[in-house]
Design a protein around this ligand. Structure first.
Ligand SMILES: NC(=O)c1ccc[n+]([C@@H]2O[C@H](COP(=O)([O-])OP(=O)(O)OC[C@H]3O[C@@H](n4cnc5c(N)ncnc54)[C@H](OP(=O)(O)O)[C@@H]3O)[C@@H](O)[C@H]2O)c1
Length: 337
């Protein structure tokens, strides 16, 4: 089968698609899935180079999120609710490939109103933003939230979720085109270009000098964002897309009476697995109601264009979730006919 197999640490631009990778075998609680679409994540770029916290042994296949169908002949472990052909989405190592083996508990049924392309980028991105805003910052209706990198994968999800929770959303991003995306697709109330000098003054103006109740930051821009946080505000550390692990002077935390809190969604599997279905029930309800919807970058990459897509991600050219279409469902139907 086709797969991006990593045999040594390299920049993803040097990866090659092989067409003779061995098909995955399901063991224990795993099922085999025919991957139709996968999603690109910023951490794929880091993982290929050994700079991400999850470091699988060699050889490993890159890619962490997928949507697809339970493969014909896949084992169905006890308790697994699926049958062959069911449409699902989920997360496991090795999604830039034709097939993947995944623990069935790390998947969900794909809602009927979502395509594989829309479903491929849900599994990590959306619960990260949901749990950050709801479980950690406890965002309330009527509060204000500043979302950095608001047009990016986790950012645009956070914008929509904060709106659905009744908050006033100030979306910050690095270009006018991305700010337009935040308004048009995310429904942000206000936008601010955080590459402008003294951009925080604009946030203070919008909030009548008070500052925002919550800062959501996947970039490494917490310190500068604290210039426009409110008394008793909460700052969420989501990631470091700018490439540096940010250091923070703690006197600001004290002087402003604020909290700085982290959210690492992957840790819930080990530390609080009971929370995962609760979060998904909420999210799937919001998707079904149409109050939130997956936002996909307008160029869909093919499997042999994964390196092109990761390059676009690294150059900050993409918005929403960048998607790789591994198999075209319509073509598969025609091939069968
Ligand atoms: N905590 C968790 O559980 C969790 C889960 C998923 C992802 N994450 C982390 O969240 C971060 C964002 O992930 P994502 O999937 O949303 O990524 P993404 O779609 O690529 O968005 C990242 C955004 O960061 C901004 N950025 C600022 N400086 C950048 C730089 N030097 N290089 C690249 N981008 C830069 C860009 O927006 P502008 O051009 O507008 O500045 C870019 O669009 C990553 O660090 C990822 O590891 C954390």
């Amino acid at each position: 089968m086709r797969a991006y197999v990593v045999t040594k640490l390299v920049h993803p631009s040097q990866l090659k698609l092989v067409d003779d990778a061995p098909e995955p075998e399901a063991t224990g609680e795993e099922i085999v899935v025919d991957v139709y679409s996968s999603a690109l994540n910023f951490f794929d770029i880091l993982q290929a180079q050994g700079k991400y916290q999850i470091k699988p042994p060699f050889p490993f296949t890159l890619g962490a999120e997928f949507a697809g169908k339970v493969a014909k002949g896949s084992p169905i472990p006890k308790g697994c609710p699926y049958k062959s052909g069911d449409r699902i989405f989920g997360s496991t190592q090795g999604c830039f490939a034709d097939k993947v083996a995944v623990k069935w508990q790390a998947t969900n049924r794909l809602p009927d109103n979502l395509t594989f392309d829309q479903g491929a980028g849900l599994y990590i991105t959306w619960p990260t933003s949901y749990e950050a805003l709801v479980g950690r910052a406890e965002l309330k209706p009527g509060e204000s939230v500043l979302i950095n990198a608001a047009a990016g994968g986790v950012g645009i999800a956070a914008v929509q979720l904060a709106k659905a929770l009744g908050a006033t959303v100030i979306a910050a991003a690095g270009s006018q085109a991305k700010l337009d995306i935040c308004k048009t697709y995310g429904g942000a109330d206000y936008t601010v270009n955080y590459t402008a000098q003294d951009w925080q003054k604009e946030v203070l103006r919008i909030t009548s000098g008070r500052g925002v109740d919550v800062v959501y930051d996947p970039v490494g821009r917490i310190a500068e964002s604290l210039k426009c946080i409110a008394f008793k505000g909460r700052a969420l550390v989501i990631g470091f897309a700018a490439g540096q692990i940010e250091k923070l002077p703690l006197n600001i935390v004290l002087l402003k009476n604020i909290s700085v809190m982290g959210l690492h969604w992957g840790l819930y599997t080990h530390k609080e697995s009971s929370r995962i279905p609760v979060v998904w029930e909420e999210l799937l309800g919001l998707f079904a109601s149409g109050r939130i919807k997956p936002i996909i970058y307008d160029k869909i990459f093919s499997l042999d264009e994964v390196t092109v897509g990761l390059d676009a991600l690294e150059r900050r050219q993409t918005w929403g979730k960048a998607i790789v279409r591994v198999k075209d469902e319509k073509q598969m139907v025609q091939t069968k006919l």
